[in-house]
Design a protein around this ligand. Structure first.
Ligand code: ADP
Length: 162
């Protein structure tokens, strides 16, 4: 059984995340999508809300499950028998930080990190931009799944621009 994790803050999950999760699910037996709870209180959505949205948008993927982790990701991986961390790389700007993290996680626990290049359709997409666009009433329908768009409207208390 080859089990991998897709970690992130997912505040909220975007089409870019979902693209990586779907592609990872084709390549690995089991994918655990995990929301990091360490710094979550500074975000827009609570950890429970992020998990609920991820569960909704991955419900058609039978080998994907959603969870949370607190503390070191490598400890979570060790405890769950995870063989690798899967991360999406959008641009060169992601690379330096991700390489450092990957090397540190390998040093700490011998956990490998596998990188998937972002779908060019979504390489500009990050959750913080989605939050900002939505907060100013912009249309995020092409950037996030419909369930997430609906939750953004609820959170921001606006009808959106449709
Ligand atoms: P964000 O930068 O959107 O806040 P997260 O911290 O939740 O994202 O990222 C979790 C993982 O998803 C990271 O590996 C990140 O590189 C990847 N990721 C985020 N957005 C995209 C995207 N648009 N395309 C591919 N991978 C992405």
């Amino acid at each position: 059984m080859h089990r991998v994790v897709c970690p992130g803050s997912f505040d909220p999950v975007t089409n870019g995340h979902l693209d990586i999760i779907r592609r990872a699910a084709l390549l690995h037996d089991e994918v655990l999508v995990v929301v990091g709870a360490n710094r979550a209180k500074h975000g827009m959505f609570t950890v429970d809300e992020r998990v609920a949205m991820l569960e909704e948008v991955t419900k058609d993927l039978s080998n994907v499950s959603v969870g949370t982790f607190r503390g070191l990701l490598v400890e979570y991986c060790r405890a769950r028998g995870v063989s690798a961390i899967v991360k999406g790389l959008r641009a060169v700007s992601d690379f330096e930080y991700e390489m450092e993290m990957a090397q540190m996680n390998y040093r700490l626990a011998g956990i490998e990190t596998l990188f998937m290049t972002a779908n060019p359709l979504y390489s500009f997409l990050r959750s913080s931009l989605v939050r900002e666009i939505a907060a100013y009433g912009g249309n995020v329908a092409a950037l996030v799944p419909p369930a997430v768009e609906a939750q953004l409207r609820v959170k921001l208390g606006s009808p959106g621009t449709g």
